[in-house]
Design a protein around this ligand. Structure first.
Ligand SMILES: C[S@@+](CC[C@H](N)C(=O)[O-])C[C@H]1O[C@@H](n2cnc3c(N)ncnc32)[C@H](O)[C@@H]1O
Length: 185
């Protein structure tokens, strides 16, 4: 009996230490990324997913990208609602990339959502018909120039929280501070 309690205590302590380690790691990483001018790994809040999926107006011919896909929750929600479209996530940082690969395996979505380990500034986006962004303004400004050069006419772009700088949105929804901006190129 005493041995059982010792094992339980050991497991609980190990979990607490691991949790503290991950909290410390992610807090440090968020600050470092922000100082480098890169969007940190902060996934979109679950309560916005339904509205994002709806606003994307996905159809079966769409190729949907999430640039800086994190744990790919937006792509998973879109794929659940519109399984016939094509889904691609691009993620540069190894921890979220490794995490999303495990997550998709667990969810049985590995074959349905492709994840590319790459810097999205170097990605070829010419086949995109819909793009999702949840990124800091510094990266959005650079991406907007890339979009102007690369995107096919009619490509939909949905930006969460931080809008594009030059282009006027066709639709704006969401709440103050957490808005959803919808554009067509
Ligand atoms: C704010 S999170 C958004 C995650 C996800 N799109 C979502 O909405 O839940 C931004 C993500 O972009 C990734 N990221 C930042 N700069 C990147 C770059 N240049 N190329 C690829 N991914 C990048 C970060 O690692 C992070 O996972």
């Amino acid at each position: 009996m005493i041995l059982f309690f010792k094992i339980v205590a050991f497991l609980v302590l190990t979990l607490i230490v691991l949790r503290l380690f991950f909290i410390q790691y992610f807090t440090k990483k968020i600050v470092e990324d922000y100082l480098k001018g890169e969007s940190p790994f902060i996934p979109v809040k679950p309560e916005f997913l339904e509205q994002i999926v709806e606003t994307m107006e996905i159809d079966e011919k769409d190729t949907v990208y999430d640039l800086g896909c994190g744990d790919a929750r937006m792509l998973v929600s879109c794929q659940n609602a519109h399984p016939e479209a094509k889904y691609i996530g691009i993620e540069k940082n190894f921890v979220p990339y490794f995490w999303v690969k495990l997550r998709l395996l667990y969810l049985g979505k590995s074959a349905k959502i492709k994840i590319i380990h790459q810097d999205f500034f170097k990605a070829d986006l010419s086949d995109a018909t819909a793009i999702f962004l949840y990124l800091i303004p510094k990266q959005i400004v650079r991406l907007e120039e890339k979009f102007e050069r690369e995107l096919k006419p009619g490509t939909k772009v949905l930006a969460f929280k931080y809008p594009l700088q030059k282009k006027e949105p066709e639709k704006v929804s969401g709440l103050e501070g957490d808005k959803i901006y919808f554009y067509k190129f």
